[in-house]
Design a protein. Structure first.
Length: 216
C-alpha cells in the first residue's frame, strides 16, 4: 500500500500523521510511505529523519495526494485538501463531522472512504484513539486556563468543559463523559444564561469544541 502523510495546514496545528518510527514499521512491513517536505518540522522531525526511516519525500501536498492509497493526517481535511481526495482512496484522521456539514458534504462528494479516529472502538466499546488525546487535552486545559487567570490577563475564575485527566479543585470541571457523544455534536450543558452570569474576566476552556462545544 502507498501511504501518504501531508503537512498539516490548519492554523496552529504542528503535529504530523506519522512519526519516523511509525514510518519505519510500515516500510518494514512492505508498504511505501510518501511524506510531504517539512511535514514533521513542527515536532522536530526533519525530512532526513523520515528518509532514514524509509520514506520518500514529496515536494508538496499535491504530490502526496496524487500517489497515496491511504492518507494519514491529524486534523480534519481543509477545503484545499478535500479537493485533492478521490474515489478509491482512504482517509484516516480526526474528522469531527457533527458540527461541520460543509466538510461532510465535501468528503461525500469526493468519493473517499473516511475513517475518523474519534469513532474507532475496541472490543469493549472504548475509544482507544480518542482517549489518550483527551487525557492530554485535559491536562493542557488546566495549564492554558491558568495562564489566562494570571493578573495580567484579568482572570477571575475558570470553567473547564469536556475535560478528561484533570482532578477537580478550585475550578469548575465538566467531565468528558457528560458531553461525549461518539460521532455526534456535544450537548450544550452550559447555557447562555449561565455564561452571562460569570464574572468579568472569567475563563472558559471548552475541550469539546471540535464537536461543536459544550458551552453555549
Amino acid at each position: 500500500m502507498k501511504i501518504g502523510v501531508p503537512k498539516e495546514i490548519k492554523v496552529h496545528e504542528y503535529r504530523v500523521g506519522l512519526v519516523p518510527t511509525s514510518v519505519a514499521e510500515l516500510t518494514r512491513a512492505g508498504h511505501e510511505v510518501v511524506v510531504e517536505r517539512g511535514a514533521g518540522d513542527g515536532i522536530g522531525s526533519g525530512d532526513a529523519d523520515y528518509e532514514t526511516a524509509g520514506a520518500r519525500i514529496a515536494p508538496d501536498a499535491a504530490a502526496v495526494f496524487a500517489v497515496a492509497d491511504l492518507i494519514v493526517k491529524v486534523k480534519e481535511p481543509q477545503p484545499a485538501e478535500i479537493a485533492m481526495l478521490r474515489p478509491g482512496q482512504t482517509l484516516f484522521t480526526y474528522l469531527h463531522l457533527a458540527p461541520d456539514p460543509a466538510q461532510t458534504r465535501g468528503l461525500m462528494g469526493s468519493g473517499v472512504t473516511a475513517i475518523a479516529y474519534e469513532t474507532v472502538t475496541d472490543a469493549s466499546g472504548g475509544l482507544p484513539l480518542l482517549a489518550p488525546m483527551s487525557e492530554v487535552a485535559g491536562r493542557m486545559a488546566a495549564q492554558v486556563g491558568a495562564h489566562y487567570l494570571e493578573k495580567a490577563q484579568g482572570g477571575a475564575g475558570i470553567l473547564l468543559g469536556g475535560v478528561t485527566g484533570v482532578a477537580p479543585g478550585k475550578v469548575c470541571v465538566l467531565g468528558a463523559g457528560a458531553v461525549l457523544v461518539p460521532g455526534g455534536a456535544a450537548p450544550k450543558v452550559v447555557s447562555a444564561d449561565l455564561v452571562a452570569r460569570m464574572r468579568k474576566g472569567s475563563v472558559i476552556v471548552d475541550v469539546a469544541i471540535d464537536q461543536g462545544g459544550c458551552v453555549a
